[in-house]
Design a protein around this ligand. Structure first.
Ligand code: SAM
Length: 182
């Protein structure tokens, strides 16, 4: 019952992304935080619509369940699952940029801050960054409200336009969306 509810909520989060990006165009997508690949699978099936679009998905530990969820999909040949901490992934990037970056890895304040800053440096003009689990403080382990606090700090530091702030939303989506308008 809980698992089903979680998956329904997750899908609701990602269903909104086509309001902010035209996925019929060639798109490079980066996802931080795969877990069981429910979100990865959703992105592959719904947003790798252009034949040259690609997804790179990063997790500190890729579960067998994640591979099993995606490896037989036709979009798998345009998908790369990368097992490494997000800090290491950003460290070794060389000139790569992305149109859509989804951040749903470690939700503690300092890591969200680093992931957000690193992501903003490799975001294409007009690209979007999406943060998941913004209202995670309702779960006891995350009472430090790390995602929300990191976003408040990031909003002061970067020049990204906030397109969606879930606190202002009447429909509970739990994601914030930012665009690089420079
Ligand atoms: C909330 S889950 C991701 C859920 C997934 N996006 C979904 O919606 O189904 C968070 C994931 O982040 C990964 N993670 C935690 N710390 C990380 C780090 N420093 N770098 C990369 N991934 C990390 C965890 O292993 C976990 O799989």
């Amino acid at each position: 019952m809980c698992t089903k509810l979680w998956k329904m909520q997750m899908i609701q989060h990602y269903q909104i992304l086509d309001q902010y990006h035209d996925f019929s165009k060639e798109t490079k997508i980066l996802e931080i935080g795969i877990w069981e690949a429910e979100s990865t699978k959703y992105i592959m099936q719904n947003y790798l619509t252009h034949e040259d679009s690609i997804l790179e998905a990063v997790d500190i530990r890729i579960q067998d369940a994640a591979f099993e969820a995606v490896w037989e999909l036709p979009e798998y040949e345009r998908t790369t699952l990368i097992e490494t901490p997000s800090d290491n992934f950003f460290d070794v990037l060389n000139e790569e940029t992305y149109d859509v970056i989804l951040i749903d890895g470690d939700h503690m304040y300092s890591q969200v801050l680093r992931d957000g800053l690193n992501a903003s440096k490799i975001l294409e003009d007009n690209g979007i960054i999406v943060f998941d689990d913004v209202q995670l403080h309702v779960i006891p382990k995350y009472t430090d409200n790390g995602v929300k606090r990191a976003l408040q700090e990031l909003e002061l530091e970067w020049n990204l336009e906030c397109l969606l702030d879930c606190k202002d939303n009447t429909i509970w989506t739990n994601v914030n969306v930012y665009r690089n308008t420079k």
